[in-house]
Design a protein around this ligand. Structure first.
Ligand code: ADP
Length: 543
């Protein structure tokens, strides 16, 4: 929230910096400001001009009314032949503040006959004067005209009015004949200094008011623009910039219900979706990485296994060849030794004993050869339905009576209802026997062996797992990857052949399974056999 707050100072700095020309906010402010200025300028100009015109018009009306009064008095005095009174009256009028000068010209001579200023009497009027325009400017004759004259002491409103001939005029007047239409022009100068002063004050007040109103409305408009458009736009722009830099947790905080609020809401939901998609992509990449690592490890193991199998296969072929070649001569040795034993009298104990040693050693050789043939898979397998638990029980029954297992506690944990598998029971029993003898050897014929069976799943396939765990000394780590190799043994010469585990592994692989070992020095050893459950068995079990 703190971060998203727009700093006004930063905004102003931003405006003054290089973004100034391209700033939308500035364009808006300039456009609206200009509009306000022009509109308010025109408005106040019209107000001032109209006001001035109205005041001037009412002044002209007032002055015209005064003029009519003067005209009437002049006409009355003229008809009565009291010419001196006219001059006196004009002098009197000239002394009042409102009138600057009052004159009466003769027509058409244009000579001043009467004036509030005695000094100008008999002066001639210029034909270009505004007063002459009353009669001469247009073809159409006018009775009244007005003009503004600028003097040093201030402006003057001059009203000019024609004095028309009336029937009463000819009665006492010896100046005019009845044929004359216009007998003179009444020219009245009014000082409008005070009026101008009032106008100036009014203009100043109007302009001041206009400026204040324009400034205030501009400020208010700017604030409204800032709050409603510019600030939300900047928040959105900031949000877009942050999102484009990868900050998908950023949220635009505009909580209004207008278009800007809707835009912010849409933007926020867009970033949320973007974040979810990115997370999904990351997870997918991670899963893919893990899968690749797993597959690579599987391939590596597979390759290792292949090399190992290849090695074993070539060794097997060699062993099979040797075993095959040795088998016949050994059979001959044993047969002939037995024949010789029969021929030697019982009292020749020394020779008999030697022959018995020959027979015993030859039989041992035979046993090794059988082992080698088993390893090389030279021995045929007879596959049938095998109940794993039954084969285990059978082996345990056999070893129970052997002295080797008298001091060993045998614990079984056999899972009931295990499906049958296709295999060679006697070969599998040979494997168990081998593992049990190895365990007993390792524990010096005393300790504990646990035999367990269970059903397990691996990569979607089902297996029967058989576990043999002893409490022996364990296998050192450096030996762990060698024990399945043929002829690897740690037993003393004459006791171990190093073929037991490799033959066992060969048998299990022939059944489609595999063997693994887990061991820690001082804690014992566990061998695991996994044999696949045939599809048919799985279905039957389910049914
Ligand atoms: P052998 O029994 O003739 O030595 P094996 O292939 O059966 O041949 O065994 C190879 C070696 O594995 C053994 O010599 C022994 O060192 C080791 N071994 C096998 N089983 C065990 C066990 N349960 N505990 C400790 N070591 C074992």
């Amino acid at each position: 929230m703190k971060e998203s707050k727009i700093d006004t100072l930063a905004f102003v700095k931003d405006l003054l910096a290089k973004k100034l020309r391209n700033s939308l906010s500035l364009k808006l402010i300039v456009a609206i400001g200009t509009l306000i200025l022009v509109a308010s300028g025109i408005f106040w100009f019209v107000i001032i001009v109209r006001g001035e015109k109205q005041i001037l018009n009412s002044s002209i009306i007032h002055a015209s009314e005064y003029n009519s009064i003067i005209e009437n008095s002049v006409k009355t005095n003229m008809s009565m032949g009291q010419v001196e009174i006219i001059q006196k009256m004009l002098e009197e009028i000239g002394t009042t503040g409102a009138f600057k000068e009052v004159r009466i010209y003769s027509h058409p001579e244009g000579i001043i006959k009467f004036s509030s200023d005695k000094a100008v009497i008999s002066e001639k009027l210029d034909i270009k004067s505004p007063s002459c325009a009353v009669c001469h400017k247009d073809t159409e004759m006018k009775n009244v005209s007005w003009s503004i004259i600028k003097r040093k002491e201030g402006r003057i409103l001059r009203l000019s009015k024609t004095l028309l001939y009336e029937p009463t005029c000819s009665v006492n007047c010896h100046y005019h004949t009845p044929s004359k239409k216009i007998i003179g022009i009444l020219e009245t100068d009014y000082s409008i200094v005070n009026l101008d002063k009032t106008l100036r004050e009014q203009k100043l007040a109007t302009i001041t008011f206009g400026i204040i109103l324009t400034v205030v409305s501009s400020i208010v408009l700017c604030i409204i623009l800032w709050k409603i458009i510019i600030k939300p736009l900047m928040l959105l722009a900031e949000g877009m910039e942050r999102v484009s830099k990868g900050d998908l947790d950023h949220k635009v905080e505009i909580n209004t219900r207008d278009e800007m609020g809707m835009l912010a809401k849409t933007f926020n939901s867009m970033t949320t979706e973007l974040k979810t998609a990115r997370q999904r992509l990351e997870n997918w990449a991670k899963e893919l990485e893990e899968e690749v690592a797993k597959k690579t490890e599987e391939i590596r193991k597979g390759q290792e296994q292949m090399i190992h199998t290849e090695k074993l296969a070539s060794l097997g072929r060699m062993a099979a060849g040797v075993a095959h070649e040795l088998n016949s001569p050994l059979t001959g040795i044993v047969t002939f030794a037995h024949l010789m034993l029969k021929r030697i009298p019982p009292e020749d104990k020394l020779n008999r004993e030697d022959l018995e040693v020959i027979i015993e050693q030859a039989e041992r050789c035979s046993k090794i050869i059988k082992g080698l043939l088993g390893f090389s898979r030279a021995l045929p397998t007879q596959k049938a339905k095998v109940n794993i638990n039954a084969t285990i029980s059978h082996v345990l029954d056999m070893i129970k009576n052997q002295a080797k297992f008298h001091n060993i506690k045998l614990i079984t944990d056999l899972a009931p209802d295990l499906p049958e598998i296709d295999g060679d029971a006697s070969q599998l029993e040979q494997v168990y026997m081998n593992l049990l003898i190895n365990a007993a050897d390792a524990m010096n014929d005393r300790g504990q062996i646990k035999i367990a069976t269970r059903r397990v799943q691996e990569d979607g396939k089902e297996f029967i797992e058989i576990e043999f765990t002893d409490t022996g000394p364990g296998i050192p780590e450096e030996h762990l990857n060698k024990i399945f190799e043929p002829f690897f043994t740690t037993k003393p010469v004459g006791k171990g052949t190093g073929l037991g585990l490799s033959v066992s592994h060969g048998i299990i692989r022939k059944h489609g399974g595999y063997m693994t070992v887990k061991s820690k020095v001082g804690e014992g050893t566990s061998f695991f056999i996994r044999l696949p459950i045939p599809e048919k068995e799985k279905k039957e079990q389910k049914d």
